[in-house]
Write a protein that binds this ligand. Structure first.
Ligand code: AMP
Ligand code: MG
Length: 397
């Protein structure tokens, strides 16, 4: 069976961008993916300006300066200082011609329009120079970047009001299983509520780059699964189908996909989540998720969502799930697990740095254990874990 990281790499490389581009107002672009590099149209800052409220002075060696006027942010007048002169200046105001430094207000006193300083000014003090952050023509954001709030702010700072982004990826979500019932319906004996579809839809709806379609619950019936998937593949860029992906006689998703299209890969050496797979029906990419709720959540967060994001145009490195390092507040010896394990855990901060500890309720059917957990710990297969060892962790939001 293939290791998680190898599987993730192959899956993401196969999940190439599937969507066209469109132009949207910057106001509506948050969470979308940039389809063209964003280039600086002007230097930033675009003019020399003051970093402080204080006094712009000419003549570093003068004992005092004669106050000539005021420059506030947005003032357009042109002032030219001569040796021994100063102007009152506010943060963001343009620097008068021949200014040597801006002395911060807290270091000055003013009497009868004469400014004195408690500190000797140094050339260039408190002046933000034109272009010191960015030069006109610089690449601000690469194609494939997520337009998060900071990126929207950066684009706005360059006067951008419309921006070319990738269209949203249309994703249909199905769950399968004769035992599954929607939350609004009364349960008969041995039925269970469908938890995975609401969970996956909720995850997807947090992402503005995806348009989500609720496909509903499919019965364990080959013909119905085939018909429904074939139809959905015509209108979706991608399908997620959860459950029925294992090896039982009632696990009909794999044979359905084999008949309709192609399974590109099936099964990874991970726990929870072994029966994770992917394939396609013509151009539509299909993700097979395990039915056990924790397995479905973990494989979706670590594999499914990154794959959907790259299919939606996001740069592959940005699409990878965020991970950090933390120390083990536990040990495992010998580790006989043959599969890489993603253990639900708590994190706390000690003098040694962040430390993680597995929680109870590790069963792949125990969603409550996943809700209590703050992180997933990556436990490599057949590897002892020593107390204090640094481990890779994936935060759960
Ligand atoms: P399966 O992958 O279909 O063999 O299902 C594995 C386990 O997950 C079984 O106990 C199913 O009842 C359960 N399961 C499958 N799909 C869901 C779902 N959508 N919500 C809750 N439990 C599910
Ligand atoms: Mg099933």
């Amino acid at each position: 069976m293939m290791d998680f990281y190898q599987g993730q790499e192959i899956l993401l490389q196969q999940s190439t961008c599937m969507v066209d581009t469109e132009i949207v107002a910057l106001d509506l672009a948050a969470g979308r993916i940039l389809a063209q590099p964003l280039i600086a149209v002007a230097d930033a800052p675009s003019f020399d300006n003051s970093a402080m409220d204080g006094y712009a002075i000419c003549g570093l060696d003068c004992p005092q300066w004669q106050l000539m006027g005021t420059m506030a942010a947005g003032d357009s007048q042109q002032i030219s200082l001569q040796h021994g002169q100063a102007v009152r200046i506010y943060t963001g105001a343009a620097i008068p011609e021949h200014t040597d430094a801006v002395i911060m207000q807290e270091h000055t006193s003013v009497n009868d329009n004469v400014v004195t300083s408690t500190h000797t000014p140094i050339a260039g003090d408190n002046i933000r120079r034109q272009g010191e952050e960015l030069r006109q023509g610089a690449i601000l954001l690469n194609k494939g970047a997520l337009l998060n709030a900071q990126a929207i702010g950066l684009a706005a700072s360059q006067g951008v009001s419309q921006i070319e982004v990738y269209q949203k990826l249309r994703v249909t979500v199905f769950t399968t299983g004769d035992e599954l019932v929607n939350a609004s319906t009364a349960l008969h004996q041995h039925q269970i509520y469908d938890s995975n579809r609401p969970m996956l839809l909720a995850c997807l709806r947090e992402h503005a780059l995806i348009d989500t379609i609720d496909g509903g619950i499919l019965p364990d019936n080959l013909d119905i699964i085939i018909q429904t998937l074939a139809q959905a593949a015509k209108t979706s860029h991608s399908i997620i189908i959860c459950g029925g992906a294992s090896v039982g006689d009632r696990d009909l998703v794999k044979p359905s996909l084999q008949q309709l299209g192609e399974i590109e890969h099936w099964k990874l050496a991970i726990k929870p989540g072994k029966p994770f797979g992917w394939g396609k029906i013509q151009h539509c990419r299909v993700l097979l998720l395990p039915g056990n709720p924790v397995a479905s959540f973990v494989t979706f967060m670590l594999l499914g969502l990154p794959a959907l994001q790259t299919a939606a145009g996001r740069h592959i490195l940005q699409a990878l799930p965020e991970c950090f390092q933390a120390r083990a507040a536990f040990s495992i010896s010998p580790n006989r697990q043959k599969r890489r394990e993603f253990v639900r855990a708590s994190i706390h901060f000690s003098n040694n740095g962040p430390e993680v500890k597995p929680l109870g309720k590790q069963g792949s059917h125990m969603l409550s254990g996943c809700v209590e957990a703050q992180v997933l710990i990556d436990i490599p297969p057949l590897t002892n874990i020593e107390h204090g060892q640094w481990l890779t962790i994936y935060p759960l939001k």
